[in-house]
Design a protein around this ligand. Structure first.
Ligand SMILES: [Zn+2]
Length: 64
């Protein structure tokens, strides 16, 4: 008998998002709501901490 047919075992429980810029694995889980995410850019995607800093905290105070 196929009793285990309907058993859906979550295999990717701890799968994380990758950074859209450098491709590094972030600390954000894929099933985490966008509103609760850190380093997430609406319309773009998930960034890692490093890339987020690069974009929002330029190393120099010069005007881009
Ligand atoms: Zn990155």
């Amino acid at each position: 008998m196929r009793a285990d047919k309907c058993r859906a075992e979550p295999r990717h429980v701890s799968e994380k998002e990758h950074c859209i810029l450098c491709g590094k694995l972030t600390e954000t889980a894929k099933d985490q709501p966008v509103s609760e995410r850190e380093h997430y850019i609406e319309g773009a995607g998930q960034l890692c901490r490093g890339c987020f800093k690069e974009i929002y905290m330029p190393r120099n105070n010069t005007i881009l």
